[in-house]
Design a binder for this molecule. Sequence first.
Ligand SMILES: [Fe+2]
Length: 204
Amino acid sequence: MTTKFDELLGRFHAYLASVDHALVRDAVARIAWDMPARALEPHPLGCLRHLARAVELAPPAAKPLVQWLAEHRNDLRWGQTYGEADFGKAFIDNYGWLEMFGTRGHFANEEVAAGLLILGPDIVYPDHHHVAEEIYMPLTGGTEWRMGEGGFRRRAAGEVVHHASNVNHAMRTAEEPLLALYIWRGGPLAAKSTITGTATQGRG
Ligand SMILES: [Fe+2]
């Protein structure tokens, strides 16, 4: 079945193929890109308002992907793993993800999950961990990332952030929103993370 989402998958693949990093090359090579599409009901979220700014911030290699997302955002099935009880209302109004492929995404893949995460400005995604190994590629800069016992480090768009299995990690945005591409592999692909951090929002 060919759908308009094939173009999205093509742009997603093209961006990943442009990333000059051994871990990403290995992950991309292991993915069977000829995946069957799923028919999913669209599910827009409030955080999609940040995509317009993400288009402006995205580096040239990511622009075609981010532009497609912004134009078609209301046709896609966006999700949230957490609720207001987990991290508060400000978080829920500024957070969402799109599973491109995986056990529940727009394309079916039982081995690997990948997609996009949005966080609005001034949002803290507290310490959490999960069995799956995670590779993040921020497509907008300015967000601070932390893994293990280390401190927060600001990452630029196009960097590769690797979270090993079961190691705590956290993110916090500053004045700009975060759009990040993620790949999950080697664990339950739809598992909810174990949260160990506190949920206070804002940078005060
Ligand atoms: Fe994670």
